[in-house]
Design a protein around this ligand. Structure first.
Ligand code: SAM
Length: 198
């Protein structure tokens, strides 16, 4: 498939959007990257309160951030990603879609100052530590201990945030989320959870 000609064509289907990526990233898409429709629903929730800075924790090739940025131009979407190769793919797709309100950060999420961000998107990013089916690559050290460490840091960061913080989770167990977050909706066959801190 060739690259679609107009920006709107690129957002018309997952196949069209994924054509911006390498063949390897396209092959990983159905398992690792957020579908366009899910990204739009999640972004709608995350942009519905006050606060304009939204972080995708483990942004991969940037599919959530770029889709969200395209449909919600008044907000800034940040993606933190530990793999440089995926940041490189994300920047190519960002450039191809002329999306200016998206910023990618090459880092482990544990090193970020979370005070900079108002709301969060999370596609069960740490599961690669315990699920080894169709891995992204074998370049990152994984273990059950790392999984536990990341999950508790994620829980703490959510717990520290003020009332009004919004969260969207995809394929993520409910017990990852502190009790102060109330689910406001569940979509996409239960996979997409939309949460608001009380
Ligand atoms: C399931 S993919 C989701 C990608 C993207 N959020 C999306 O929805 O299209 C999870 C991503 O999280 C990244 N990741 C996992 N642990 C991370 C960490 N500790 N810090 C930063 N990125 C991490 C992985 O490299 C992978 O690209």
């Amino acid at each position: 498939m060739g690259i679609p000609s107009g920006t709107n064509d690129i957002f018309s289907s997952d196949a069209a959007f994924d054509s911006l990526y390498s063949l390897r990233a396209q092959q990983l898409s159905s398992m690792h990257w957020t579908p366009i429709d899910v990204a739009k629903e999640a972004a709608k929730h995350l942009t519905s309160g006050s606060g304009k800075h939204i972080l995708d924790i483990g942004s991969g090739v940037g599919k959530f951030c770029i889709t969200a940025g395209h449909y919600f131009p008044e907000h800034i979407f940040y993606g933190v990603e530990q793999r440089q190769a995926l940041i490189d793919e994300a920047l190519i797709a960002q450039n191809a879609t002329n999306t200016t309100n998206v910023k990618f950060i090459h880092a482990n999420f544990t090193t970020l100052d979370m005070d900079q961000f108002d709301h969060f998107y999370f596609y069960n990013s740490f599961s690669e530590n315990i699920v080894h089916h169709k891995p992204i690559d074998n370049l990152v050290q994984t273990s059950a201990e790392i999984y536990d460490e990341y999950l508790s840091l994620f829980y703490e960061l959510l717990d520290d945030k003020p009332a009004g913080t919004r969260l969207a989770t995809f394929h993520c167990p409910d017990d990852y989320i502190p009790p102060a977050y109330k689910r406001v909706r569940q979509l996409s066959g239960e996979a997409l959870g939309l949460w608001l801190k009380q």
